[in-house]
Design a protein around this ligand. Structure first.
Ligand SMILES: Cc1cc2nc3c(=O)[nH]c(=O)nc-3n(C[C@H](O)[C@H](O)[C@H](O)COP(=O)(O)O)c2cc1C
Length: 255
């Protein structure tokens, strides 16, 4: 439990009596799992970062393909290179989005989110670590092509018309399957960070400049990055999430 042992004097759950740590009740953790962008510069040791990644690998993947990769960044040179792109991304995003709070959020609350984005960007080079999550599901197609006899048998089982209808949706099947095979793991990583006394945030805005991020990270052009997760000891506080009531989102079939 090195992360907990080395955790700072600051108690990230204190303000709202929020449970933090390995024994925190799951439902209370979920209800207070805000993005944690305010991080202390104190390093997070590699054994702890690897535990976070292990928790991420416990997430499910389509067909149990497990074609995930998690690149850990904790060296200052790469952090600085990523920071250059990150600050540009943040400048665009906060400038464009600050005046446009989502419908269920007040301008005041949205300003706080925008401020926290800017705090992270301004201090980016001091971020203790990043976990970069990528996934490659193309192997499933290659296996289908190699085992084309089985693929044909599947097609025969449903007939040519249903096969044609289904083939049109293969690109969506692949796109959805790939994203849905990495994000449960990323959520596990965020929860594991919380359990170990750390803070983290799921981010996807790298997709606006993915080639630049890949270059800064030294990743090959074929890598599809799904999330970049800054990790560190929290400087901010966990607290109740602000969401529209679940009852507004619930639908039932059958009238
Ligand atoms: C799909 C997705 C993409 C996100 N991308 C970013 C991002 O690029 N940068 C960032 O700082 N936060 C990002 N977030 C975090 C959200 O901004 C945050 O979860 C949301 O504002 C709600 O705030 P809360 O988690 O603190 O309750 C992302 C979250 C999700 C689910």
């Amino acid at each position: 439990m090195s992360a907990v042992a080395s955790a700072p004097r600051h108690d990230p759950g204190a303000r709202h009596g929020v449970p933090v740590g390995p024994d925190a009740p799951v439902m209370e953790v979920l209800a207070t799992m805000r993005a944690m962008r305010k991080l202390r510069p104190d390093p997070v040791d590699r054994a702890t970062l690897e535990r976070l990644v292990e928790a991420a690998t416990w997430g499910p993947s389509g067909g149990n393909t497990q074609e995930y990769a998690f690149t850990i960044v904790d060296d200052r040179e790469t952090m600085h290179a990523v920071g250059e792109v990150w600050r540009r991304t943040c400048r665009y995003y906060t400038t464009a989005q600050r005046p446009l709070p989502p419908p269920s959020t007040t301008q005041e609350a949205w300003d706080k989110v925008m401020d926290s984005l800017e705090v992270l960007a301004a201090n980016f080079d001091e971020t203790p670590a990043l976990v970069v999550a990528s996934y490659d599901m193309s192997g499933i197609l290659k296996r289908m092509l190699r085992g084309y006899g089985h693929t044909l048998r599947g097609a025969r089982a449903i007939g040519p018309w249903q096969t044609l209808r289904m083939l049109r949706h293969i690109p969506r099947f692949m796109r959805t399957g790939e994203a849905a095979s990495i994000y449960p793991g990323v959520q596990n990583l965020l929860l594991a960070a919380r359990a170990l006394g750390l803070g983290a945030t799921l981010t996807t805005w790298h997709t606006l400049y993915e080639p630049d991020y890949r270059r800064a990270l030294g990743l090959p052009r074929s890598t599809r990055i799904y999330a970049i997760v800054p990790v560190g000891h929290p400087r901010g506080h966990f607290g109740p999430v602000s969401r529209r009531p679940a009852r507004e989102a619930i639908r039932y079939t059958g009238g």
